[in-house]
Design a binder for this molecule. Structure first.
Ligand code: PLP
Length: 229
């Protein structure tokens, strides 16, 4: 089979699983966006995915996002990895939503950029719910204290939270992580009065659990792209 046919079948399978997860959770399929994570493929493969109707794509490295966004400017690009402050100016104009704000320093720098542009930057805060030392993001315990600060940053439009579950072969292992992210969002919403509509949670191994727990974005890479010809 050629690459296009394989991708067509894989996308249909992922969409089907997403829909069934929505049904189980009593949610509308239209409320969950599939982000195809293209970090392991060339712009040519990403172009096929765009032709097959995927409007949202994610990259974890800014330089790779620059390259793919230049090749595919009509895609909605999501940054899902660490952003150094010196790459904000070049990266953020290309980005629909920044999922992975992982420190107050980056938050402050993004706010400054948003103010300069006179357009608040839409962001999610990355939270290290799985509490792995190797992972970035805010500690869950740090979020309550951030509440007041979030309201005082004029260049930021805070849209919600993002997390990554610990790697596991059993998707159920991810559930407590995703439940916690949703509860943290609900807390922060009460504390700040912000709407915080988005939860970015769920990857190839656990996106259905993410949807059952309230994800509005799932970030799927390897299930779509592994072992292409
Ligand atoms: C690579 C990556 C993904 C996609 O992971 P897969 O397991 O390949 O689906 C999702 N989110 C982030 C932050 C990533 O870096």
């Amino acid at each position: 089979m050629d690459t296009r046919t394989i991708l067509l079948e894989r996308l249909a399978a992922v969409r089907d699983r997403m829909e069934r997860a929505c049904l189980r959770a009593g949610r509308e399929p239209a409320d969950v966006t599939l982000i195809a994570v293209t970090k392991s493929v060339t712009p040519d493969v990403a172009a096929i995915v765009a032709e097959l109707g995927i409007a949202a794509m994610g990259e974890s490295r800014p330089q790779e996002l620059w390259k793919k966004a230049a090749a595919l400017p009509s895609v909605n690009w999501h940054l899902i990895g660490h952003l150094q402050r010196n790459k904000i100016e070049r990266t953020m104009p290309l980005v629909t939503l920044m999922h992975s704000v992982d420190s107050e320093r980056v938050l402050d720098a993004l706010s400054e950029f948003g103010q300069k542009q006179r357009k608040p930057v839409p962001v999610l805060l990355e939270v290290n719910c799985s509490r792995e030392a190797a992972k970035g993001g805010f500690a869950p315990e740090a979020l309550p204290a951030l509440g007041d600060k979030l309201l005082s940053l004029p260049g930021i439009s805070l849209c919600g939270l993002m997390t990554m579950a610990a790697y596991s072969n059993d998707p159920e292992d991810a559930r407590p992580t995703f439940t916690e992210l949703r509860q943290l969002r609900d807390d922060l919403r009460r504390r700040t009065g912000l709407e915080l509509p988005h939860l970015s949670m769920g990857m190839s191994g656990d996106y259905e659990v993410g949807i059952e727990e309230g994800a509005t974005f799932v970030r799927v890479g390897s299930t779509l792209f592994e072992n292409l010809p």
